[in-house]
Design a protein around this ligand. Structure first.
Ligand code: TEU
Ligand code: CA
Length: 568
């Protein structure tokens, strides 16, 4: 069994503050709004909050372009509001993680303003500047994730600066010792305030290779360097230095957002013996419905692919390392719309998806609204969008003629990040009880039927189901520390797996389809020593006939020796 740690036994709730709850009627969610809803979060049973950036920013990427790491943006409140939130959380036994965005800053950060003031600036080297090539070509054909080149020239004949996301988000130079020390000092001051750890934004990309050479260009005409950067072994040195400079001796947790990281590297990064990060988010399962035009396709995630990826990561981190489990976050479309059913089986499929994730090995993350079955937004016009990733993509692909407008709007509805950023649906009151002003972003029109208030009193609601899953994790060590064994791996419609610890075996079986499906009971699970911990389907025929109803998920607990994954 892995080394017991508090953050392995907890459930984390991710809050996107701008869309969570507006306490002062300006249409924007804020920190006092989070404090007002803590009673709900405590009732839900979550142990930790991850709060997305609330710092002053350049306003380009909804806070992921920071212009001051150590204060609070006025729209969210004051530092006193934050300290009150932190105190109130700790008083009710909830820990708080902040978002650490240190791969880049805003171009409005004073550090960058100084750096770009000229080649003699003492802060020039805090960022990544390179000479252009002949005939005013950029230093390399690297592309930015939000479109266009990853290099911007500071002026005629001037140098170029690197920005992996957008020109408004210049990348910091982690090769610069002074920069690293500034980041570590800032982290230490937040931890001294009592913060319990960090979610680390694109931490896998901070170590740029010395040679930033051209790579094979994609359809965009640019090369996507993220996999190459993430593979740079220098990353481990920075993470170990961060641990020894800031984190050692503190009982805090670090969660790396590690796009483009492979399993082997993830094992190195989260192996506690290496002193790097405690856990990380991998994204292979979230990229399964992408294509040549990035996420802008109507391709869907296929269950066999999801099983292959999740089984590999579950087994890969089973004995060494630790994963952060998620289906949803502020960058992803709602998983209920992506792999569940928004119609007749909305509640059943939402519960099934939750079961499948929460019984796995790793720390589960719930993204705001997921626990009540919020779905994607039926966007009808680009003017409803607020995310520059979506807006820039819409105009790029339609104006270039690569994707017709109506197709692009369909891809936007399926895949855009705005889907996750519509206001939290608290009640059937106007604006879903999120605000009594005009919200910064439209509320999903299904809020009269999908909201916290309607579900909080209903024992068969999605919300009640999440509370039960969280409670099970708190009460059963086999869910946290049990070994993971795939089961019926070739079944194209059912995702099943086993968890085993000491004398207990858990069997988790999830029908991902709208039709009845079979999945043979594992050997030894047909006896009297089996308990049904949860089943989202009344009058289930699974135990009697191995028949799963549409989107049925069932959790069985067996006391006694583990027979392994072979069929009965
Ligand atoms: O996301 C990193 C990242 O790669 C995501 O942008 C994701 O791959 C993409 O949005 C999928 O479309 C982090 C933050 O979570 C995201 O909100 C920021 O926009 C990004 O970094 C830059 O800070
Ligand atoms: Ca507000």
């Amino acid at each position: 069994m892995q080394e017991p740690r508090w953050w392995k036994e907890c459930v984390v709730y991710q809050i996107y503050p701008k869309s969570f709850f507006d306490s002062n009627s300006d249409g924007i969610g804020d920190i006092p709004g989070i404090t007002e809803k803590l009673e709900y979060l405590k009732w839900l049973g979550v142990d930790v909050l991850w709060i997305c950036p609330v710092y002053p920013s350049g306003g380009f990427d909804n806070g992921y372009d920071i212009s001051d790491y150590e204060s609070i943006a006025g729209q969210y409140g004051t530092m006193e509001d934050f300290e009150k939130l932190l105190r109130t959380c700790h008083d009710c036994g909830i820990k708080v993680l902040l978002d650490l965005v240190v791969n880049h800053t805003s171009d409005r950060h004073p550090w960058f303003m100084s750096s770009q003031s000229g080649t003699t600036s003492p802060e020039r080297d805090l960022y990544i500047w390179r000479e252009g090539r002949e005939n005013a070509e950029a230093p390399s054909n690297w592309g930015a994730l939000f479109g266009g080149p990853a290099w911007t020239q500071e002026g005629p004949g001037g140098q170029y600066y690197l920005h992996l996301f957008s020109p408004r988000q210049p990348d910091l130079n982690w090769g610069n010792e002074q920069l690293r020390q500034r980041i570590y000092a800032m982290m230490s001051r937040w931890l001294d305030r009592g913060v319990d750890g960090f979610r680390m934004d694109v931490i896998s990309l901070i170590a740029k290779p010395g040679e930033m050479a051209d790579g094979p260009a994609g359809l965009s005409g640019y090369y996507d360097p993220r996999a190459q950067i993430a593979a740079n072994p220098e990353l481990h040195g920075y993470l170990r230095e961060m641990r020894s400079s800031v984190l050692d001796g503190r009982d805090v947790v670090t969660v790396g957002e590690a796009s483009a990281i492979g399993l082997e590297q993830a094992r190195v990064i989260t192996d506690p013996d290496n002193g790097e990060l405690d856990m990380l988010f991998q994204f292979e399962h979230m990229d399964l419905d992408g294509g040549e035009t990035f996420k802008w396709t109507d391709r869907a995630i296929q269950l066999p692919d999801l099983k292959r990826v999740m089984d590999r990561w579950q087994q890969g981190l089973d004995t060494v390392g630790w994963g952060a489990l998620f289906w949803n976050n502020h960058d992803q479309p709602r998983m209920l719309s992506r792999m569940g059913d928004e119609g007749r089986f909305r509640e059943t499929s939402a519960k099934m998806l939750a079961t499948c994730l929460h019984m796995m090995k790793g720390t589960p993350f719930i993204y705001q609204g997921e626990e009540i079955g919020m779905t994607n937004m039926p966007f009808s016009h680009v003017n409803q969008l607020r995310d520059n990733e979506s807006i820039q993509a819409f105009w790029h692909y339609t104006r270039s003629g690569m994707i017709p407008e109506q197709d692009m709007m369909q891809y936007i509805r399926l895949k855009c990040r705005d889907n996750a950023r519509t206001p939290m649906q608290w009640s059937a009151q106007p604006q879903a009880g999120f605000t009594d002003a005009v919200p910064w972003m439209d509320v999903n029109p299904n809020y009269p039927d999908v909201n916290v208030q309607e579900q909080r009193g209903r024992p068969d609601s999605i919300l009640a189901w999440y509370r039960s899953l969280i409670d099970l994790r708190h009460r059963h060590a086999v869910i946290v520390y049990g070994d993971y064994t795939p089961y019926d791996s070739d079944n194209p419609h059912v995702y099943a797996y086993l968890r085993s610890l000491d004398n207990q075996t858990l069997f988790v079986c999830c029908n991902f389809s709208a039709s009845p499906r079979t999945c043979t009971l594992p050997r030894g699970f047909d006896g009297s020593n089996v308990t049904v911990l949860l089943d989202n389907t009344a009058d289930s025929e699974y135990l009697s006939h191995s028949l799963l109803a549409p989107y049925e998920s069932i959790i069985l607990l067996k006391e006694g020796p583990h027979h392994g994954a072979t069929h009965s």
